[in-house]
Design a protein around this ligand. Structure first.
Ligand code: GLC
Length: 447
């Protein structure tokens, strides 16, 4: 009896850590309803992130205004020269589609405050640059025409808005604390909070159904900003009222609630395992870059290879997550060659292997991961995919697989792979020559 009470107590403590605040009436949703809302996203697994803005002109990081502490006056030169004359989002959409991406998330506004649409609430927008036209609508139309879903990124941070108070990240912050406090007296976050609501209302009611919203980001603390500064609860309420089905990231500093976010967003690293909280596996999407920065960076030479990127996609799905892979278009409005080459490489692989990605997730524990492999698993089709990172000589051992499989084939050409059993293990008989694909996959039809 005592033991049961103790267990009840522990589980109560754990679940209250998971959801410390009461759920507001407008946010009530059952676990099943949430799963249903996330169903397409969990199935699709792979999206394109696009970071685009006037920081593409300096071409040395989307945080350049911060990194180089550039004043509004000197940053203005990028605004005054922004003219992406080669912008044709149909090309981008085609590349994303070919690479097997199923949704796109576009930076409508990044931290520098520049808006890619014709917002009624600011002059700091693309329609006032030499380009003079809205960038968002043509992109939404082009990607939809290719069958991709649409997501928006919206920066909570805004280094241009005159009422966004100076904090430790602000490029134009006075260094002296007293000076900063005095300058902030003239700034009113109420006005900025209203601005965010107005803008979110705009972008979430002008382009039809929006499927994902990426709010970015919080850095709570005395000299930072968190949910109180943003009025995150008010934002989420507004967003859900405008787009009830939308899937929202976890960067509005509402992690202590159950309702203020839908998925977690580890970035620029690979989680060791499926992220979880108190034993509950969380929906997750990792966003990753080709070369390190998000915006176009001409002189960055740390580009990942096609092999690394395909392996990354596979690893993410093998841990039950989604990959949002970023492109930073140039200020002419194109994907540069290095990006196109990566996307083409991924496209080639996806053309033959996408069924080892879509609808797939982490394999159940009973299927041990063979050496040098990742496993993905389709629970509906009851198939297991063995992604072979290093092609072994003739034999691939599947530990304790005896009695678990009924057929095996290479996925790239559906050629049979014969197998035998040995001490409870299955031994696949591989051809000597490694199939000529980035990562060969063996499809196992399960018993
Ligand atoms: C970080 C960076 C930002 C980038 C984002 C993508 O929050 O501030 O530049 O947009 O990550 O997730």
């Amino acid at each position: 009896m005592k033991k049961t009470l103790l267990l009840l107590f522990i589980s109560a403590v754990c679940s209250s850590a998971y959801s410390q605040t009461p759920v507001p009436s407008w946010a009530k949703e059952t676990k099943e309803q949430k799963e249903k809302r996330l169903e397409w996203w969990t199935n699709d697994r792979f999206g394109m992130f696009i970071h685009w803005g006037i920081y593409a002109l300096p071409a040395r990081h989307e945080w350049i205004k911060h990194n180089e502490r550039i004043s509004n006056e000197s940053y203005q030169r990028y605004f005054d020269n922004f003219n992406p004359d080669l912008y044709n989002p149909k090309d981008w959409a085609k590349k994303a589609k070919d690479a097997g991406m199923k949704y796109v998330v576009l930076t409508t506004k990044h931290h520098d405050g520049f808006c890619l649409w014709d917002s009624k609430f600011t002059d700091y927008k693309v329609t006032n640059t030499p380009y003079g036209k809205d960038l968002v609508k043509p992109l939404v139309d082009a990607f939809r025409a290719e069958g991709l879903r649409i997501g928006f990124y919206y920066s909570l941070i805004d280094w241009h808005h005159p009422h966004f108070t100076y904090d430790d990240l602000h490029p134009n912050r006075p260094n002296d604390a007293a000076e900063r406090a005095a300058a902030n007296k003239k700034r009113d976050m109420n006005i900025y909070r209203k601005y965010m609501k107005d803008q979110l209302t705009e972008i979430l009611s002008s382009y039809g159904q929006i499927d994902e919203l990426f709010l970015d980001f919080s850095y709570p603390g005395e000299t930072g900003k968190g949910h109180k500064d943003w009025d995150s609860e008010g934002l989420i309420k507004l967003i859900r009222s405008l787009q009830p089905q939308i899937i929202i990231d976890d960067r509005a500093d509402l992690k202590q609630t159950q309702w203020g976010w839908d998925y977690v967003t580890p970035e620029q690293n690979m989680p060791k395992e499926w992220p979880s909280e108190n034993g509950v596996k969380l929906p997750w999407e990792t966003c990753q870059t080709f070369s390190g920065s998000w915006g176009y960076y001409r002189d960055e030479y740390s580009w990942k290879s096609v092999h690394q990127l395909v392996a990354m996609l596979v690893e993410v799905v093998s841990k039950g997550g989604n990959l949002l892979l970023n492109v930073g278009p140039t200020a002419r409005g194109t994907f540069d060659d290095r990006a196109s080459e990566r996307l083409d490489g991924i496209a080639q692989w996806m053309k033959l292997h996408s069924r080892a990605i879509y609808g797939c997730t982490q394999a159940p524990k009973e299927y041990k991961v063979p050496n040098n492999c990742f496993l993905t698993y389709n629970p509906t089709a009851k198939r297991l995919y063995v992604h072979v990172l290093e092609w072994p000589f003739l034999s691939l051992y599947l530990p304790e697989y005896e009695g678990k499989i009924k057929y095996a084939q290479l996925l790239n050409d559906a050629s049979e792979i014969r197998y035998s059993t040995q001490d409870g293990n299955v031994v696949l008989s591989l051809p000597v020559a490694r199939p000529n694909v980035e990562i060969p996959v063996i499809e196992l039809v399960l018993e």
